[in-house]
Design a protein around this ligand. Structure first.
Ligand code: F0G
Length: 471
């Protein structure tokens, strides 16, 4: 990908350095901590990094969601926000931009992505239904299951191999989709979803060819296709870089084509909307839209604000335009790739190739001396904070481990990953260089890391509040 990135760099092919395509106007201080202070903090929060105060974190890579830096234009939009309860001008601007970029007929604002999911599945699914996806994100899966339906992941096999460098590891397997429909019957499948990019499988992109192939199968059975569009712009830029026939197309054209195959989408504007809150639900179906708006009113708000302030709608409208700037997308993917390549060089087993918004470290392979029952991902997360004040997140047995109802024993998750998610437009290259340097120290000391045990946990979503002790 690097070669292609240079060819596209408008600054000229002779420049190796891809700079942040913005300058800094407002700053927020980082509070430095010493290793001794961090050791005490870790003890105080029982080694759960979700419980660390943000001020005590030097580089926060917990999530790329809602953590973007907004532009001066977006802040100007915030000041222009029209807070009329009904029919505000901010809604009109928001609706026009979403319509122009995504092309769907009905646009329903929500306070964030999961609210769009809840409304969509409440309206479209009933008990016993099945919803296929390349890989469901956890809130998507939870909302499907909360409705009494079954969430089925149909990722291609290459997507499950952490070392495969297949360019579109986020793809859905069309054969598996066809087999599922033939086995269960189309009546049980009210919709099919594709997540772009595929967050739960490493932020990997989905190709246009794949979206087209899935749509073709769904059309044969009359099943609608919805995109989980959170990272739509990053996905579109991957298509431009990696898929034949798209090199010369603009990202806007690519997004239009992606959306053209879909009957609707859910969106968390906290990712590629470049805002700190917001989302929306789109559909081309008049009857569904009516039902969705009815639900919206009882839980989110009136259809022209849907749980958001007018100023948020303005910020989203502007963010959705800015995220399509190709200098921005070039820098965005290059930044993630830069971190991934350096960790790879040090020796870290990372999910290959680097995805759009995050790098995932395979902690099971990195720390073979720590068994799954002692949470190798947790050991790495704690060490990253201890060494560099860096906050990452465990995506392994703590988040997804299940307890066997008969034996009471814990069944470890398939993978023990640690995600380093990069907020948009927030950190400079020297911040990333610092992360790389800290990671190198963690790597050199890896044999000395020890596992953890859980001493207290909640019944659901335990990772947020569990208390740990070193083994
Ligand atoms: N779909 C995907 C693919 C996501 O990554 C997320 C959120 C959602 C839906 C839900 O959106 O948070 O606005 O309700 N992902 C965040 C993350 C939380 O850290 O990956 P939301």
């Amino acid at each position: 990908m690097e070669k292609e990135i240079h060819q596209l760099n408008k600054a000229g092919t002779t420049f190796r350095t891809i700079i942040e395509p913005f300058k800094i106007k407002t700053v927020e201080p980082l509070w430095m901590t010493t290793a001794e202070e961090r050791q005490k903090i870790l003890k105080d929060v029982h080694y759960n990094v979700f419980l660390i105060q943000a001020q005590d974190v030097i580089i926060d890579l917990l999530t790329d969601s809602g953590t973007s830096a907004m532009s001066s234009e977006q802040w100007a939009g915030v000041m222009r926000g029209d807070e009329a309860y009904a029919g505000s001008r901010s809604y009109q601007r928001f609706e026009a931009v979403v319509h122009e970029i995504f092309g769907f007929k009905h646009i329903i604002p929500t306070h964030q992505g999961r609210a769009a999911e809840r409304i969509l599945f409440s309206v479209m699914c009933k008990e016993g239904d099945i919803v296929p996806n390349n890989t469901h994100f956890d809130t998507t899966r939870a909302n499907v299951e909360f409705r009494g339906a079954r969430a089925v992941d149909l990722l291609i096999d290459e997507g499950k191999d952490t070392q495969s460098k297949y360019p579109f590891k986020g793809n859905m397997d069309p054969e598996k989709l066809k087999a599922l429909i033939d086995k269960e019957g189309a009546k049980k499948i009210p919709l099919c979803m594709i997540t772009v990019t595929n967050n739960s499988s490493g932020g990997q992109p989905v190709s246009m060819t794949n979206i087209r192939a899935v749509k073709k199968i769904l059309d044969e059975y009359g099943i609608p296709l919805y995109l989980d569009a959170c990272r739509f712009a990053e996905n579109a830029y991957f298509i431009k870089l990696r898929e034949d026939g798209y090199e010369k197309k603009s990202v806007e054209e690519i997004v239009k084509e992606m959306m053209n195959y879909a009957d609707g989408c859910t969106m968390s504007a906290k990712k590629d909307g470049l805002t700190n809150i917001g989302g929306f639900l789109c559909t081309n179906d008049d009857i569904l839209a009516q039902q969705e708006r009815d639900l919206l009113i009882i839980s989110e708000g009136f259809p022209t604000y849907g749980g958001l302030a007018g100023r948020d709608l303005e910020a989203i409208a502007i963010g959705l335009k800015e995220v399509l700037h190709e200098d921005y997308l070039l820098y965005r993917l290059a930044e993630t790739q830069y971190l991934g390549e350096h960790l790879d060089e040090i020796g870290f087993p990372i999910v290959q190739p680097p995805g759009g918004h995050a790098i995932y470290i395979d902690a099971k392979t990195m720390l073979p001396h720590i068994p799954g029952s002692q949470y190798p991902g947790q050991a790495l997360v704690v060490e990253l904070y201890q060494v560099g004040g860096i906050r990452a997140v465990e995506i392994g047995s703590i988040m997804f481990g299940k307890v066997d109802e008969d034996t009471g024993e814990e069944i470890p998750a398939e993978m023990e990953l640690v995600r380093l998610a990069i907020p948009r437009r927030v950190y400079t290259q020297s911040h990333i260089d610092y992360v790389i340097e800290a990671c190198k120290r963690v790597w050199e000391n890896r044999d000395a890391l020890r596992g953890y045990k859980i001493v207290e946990q909640a019944k659901f979503l335990r990772h947020f509040t569990a208390k740990f002790e070193p083994v």
